[in-house]
Design a binder for this molecule. Structure first.
Ligand code: SF4
Ligand code: SF4
Length: 454
């Protein structure tokens, strides 16, 4: 009771120095129930479907695999095992290209239609937090909001200073409504995952953070969380990017993640709502992550919808299912703000992808860049309170000291500055490169200092 009262008082006095932008959400698929794609005739499983080291194939051409058979593994700590989403035969281990020019290896499986479950799949027996961590290593679950961070690694924290378990259900990206459908269709597995984690970690408070425009989900989830006094629904403003880690932590708790720090430095852990639900589901049946829901939208899509796909389903197959209404000219995997362009129709949907957008020539925005008019809109809207135009200038003249002074490494690559800029300056592209440059320089300096000290 005291916890509830304290939370309410904190909410009243919490500073809400919001930036970000008022970007139309256009979630026209939100009210449609999830559809289910039939088994495709091929699944392609790249060995990097997470942040971290690439996995190595654990199967060879001609091998039989079942649903949940391990097909990719890495010894590195930052990686997540990859499991087959279908039963069938491995027909190829082939090279694939990412749209950023990077290459990878993929295991290609031709389904046999039986969808037999691997005999090693067992419901995990959870007795304490360590057994939860051990079980999650066999789950293949990664951050499903788009980040792809291995979930077992994210759960492996020292809870001594953690007093909030935050669940990110903001889903602030326009068009995408995959997390929304998870709340409306699977509130019980969300709660099972969350309450198990709270029980075993000892964290006493959890906030399920939802943007204010999702009124049905707020009411629906409030009804589900009220049985557990530790869990509350926190309503966030409808303003992009509410779901970004720094913004959500600040707006939900009033705390700041320090520069170069981690969410745990603010005394919180943060998990996407569908990730939380998949944890709950895995604890119930022990089946590794083999399917996921994606939002398929864009003016070239005949039937926009939320569809559950087998991980590794090629984009071409998904578009055959959803239909093309116009000639497609642009494919974006993820949301329109933070997703990436894809040029290969045979590239698969992997586990961290939450959206697939397909646009025609007409649906593509092709703005002409003009001179900066010094309006300050980019500064006023940046959720990290950065100076995007200054960062762009410093990056162009190669001024590393200025980039460090301007804290370019805090850029979340959210795209807000580019969106609001009336001159359509490519600010996000510059700040993204500047951010990577500052981080790389920091790492190099740290390594040099370590070598000197050794
Ligand atoms: S500078 Fe980075 S964090 Fe700020 S609005 Fe631009 S992309 Fe987002
Ligand atoms: S929003 Fe665009 S035009 Fe305005 S100050 Fe920033 S870069 Fe210049």
């Amino acid at each position: 009771m005291l916890g509830q009262l304290e939370h309410r008082i904190r909410s009243l006095f919490r500073p809400r120095k919001l930036r970000g932008a008022d970007i139309p959400h256009d979630k026209v698929t939100a009210d449609q129930a999830t559809t289910y794609m039939p088994l495709p005739d091929v699944v392609v499983l790249p060995m990097q479907q997470h942040i971290g080291a690439k996995c190595q194939p654990q199967v060879a051409k001609g091998d039989h695999v079942d649903v949940g058979t391990l097909v990719g593994h890495a010894e590195a700590r930052t990686a997540a095992d990859i499991f087959s989403s279908v039963s069938g035969t491995v027909t190829e281990i082939r090279k694939i290209f990412y749209s950023n020019g990077d290459t990878d290896v993929a295991v290609v499986v031709e389904p046999d239609g039986a969808q037999a479950l691997d005999e090693g799949v067992k419901t995990p027996v959870i007795t304490d937090y360590q057994s939860l961590l051990d079980a999650m290593k066999r789950s293949g679950i990664v951050g499903l909001g788009g980040a792809g961070f291995p979930t077992d690694l994210k759960l492996d924290v020292d809870f001594a200073n953690i007093d909030y378990w935050l669940v990110n259900a903001a889903e602030c990206e326009p068009y995408i409504s995959s997390d929304y459908r998870e709340m409306m269709e699977h509130p019980d597995t969300i709660m099972h995952g969350l309450t198990t984690c709270l029980d075993l970690s000892g964290v006493k408070r959890a906030l399920l953070c939802i943007e204010e425009d999702k009124t049905e989900a707020i009411a629906f989830m409030r009804a589900h969380v009220e049985k557990d006094p530790r869990v509350k629904v926190e309503v966030l403003p409808e303003r992009y990017p509410q779901g970004a880690g720094h913004v959500l932590v600040h707006n939900a708790t009033g705390r700041h993640i320090p520069r170069g720090g981690h969410v745990t430095d603010a005394g919180v852990v943060l998990f996407n709502v569908t990730t939380m639900s998949m944890i709950g589901k895995f604890l119930q049946d022990g089946i590794p992550l083999t399917k996921r829901r994606i939002t398929v939208m864009g003016d070239a899509v005949a039937h926009p919808q939320n569809v559950e796909v087998f991980i590794g389903t090629p984009i071409r197959k998904i578009m055959e299912f959803c239909g093309l209404a116009k000639d497609a000219r642009k494919i974006i995997v993820g949301g329109p703000m933070m997703g990436y362009s894809q040029i290969d129709w045979d590239y698969p949907i992997v586990r961290q992808n939450n959206g697939l957008l397909v646009f025609s020539e007409m649906g593509m925005d092709k703005p002409r860049t003009t001179a900066c008019i010094r309006c300050g809109a980019c500064i006023n809207s940046c959720p990290m309170k950065l100076y995007p135009r200054e960062i762009q200038n410093a990056y162009r003249r190669g001024d590393a000291a200025a980039l460090d002074r301007l804290a370019a490494d805090l850029c979340m690559k959210c795209g807000t500055c580019s969106y609001v800029c009336p001159a359509k300056q490519p600010l996000t592209q510059a700040t993204r490169l500047a951010c990577d440059q500052v981080k790389a320089a920091r790492k190099a300096a740290k390594r040099a200092a370590q070598r000197k000290g050794a």
